[in-house]
Design a protein around this ligand. Structure first.
Ligand code: MG
Length: 124
């Protein structure tokens, strides 16, 4: 089944990098949506069928942790896989997001292989 992916990051450059890496994986992707922060991400989820979220941590309005908490508070979105994208040294913080229901994380800068290692076992 082809999946729809939502990329949430306040940097448009980072969103482009993530999108490019995503397209280099073997994942069967139908559509890629983008959002600039957690609030925009929630709006996309309300309007679109999403199977996988790749989310930044530091963002205005609603950050990565708040976004994960909001997604996991809605049982209609239980099936959505969430992978956090973090900077070097941010792993400890990301454990909070995993505690809140994120499924995994990759560190910036990451390769398509790094991303795929987190995704194939989770989103396949
Ligand atoms: Mg950011």
């Amino acid at each position: 089944m082809a999946i729809n992916v939502l990329i949430v990051d306040d940097s448009s450059t980072m969103r482009k990098i993530v999108q490019r890496n995503l397209k280099q994986t073997r994942l069967d992707i139908a559509e890629i949506f983008q959002a600039g922060d957690g609030q925009e991400g929630l709006a996309v989820l309300q309007a679109q069928q999403v199977h996988l979220i790749l989310s930044d941590w530091n963002m205005p309005n609603l950050d990565g942790l708040g976004f994960v908490q909001a997604v996991r508070a809605n049982t209609a979105w239980d099936h959505i896989q969430i992978v956090m994208i973090t900077t070097e040294g941010g792993e400890a913080k990301v454990q909070e997001a995993i505690g809140a229901g994120a499924n995994g994380y990759v560190k910036k800068p990451f390769t398509a292989d790094d991303l795929e290692a987190q995704l194939t076992s989770r989103a396949a």
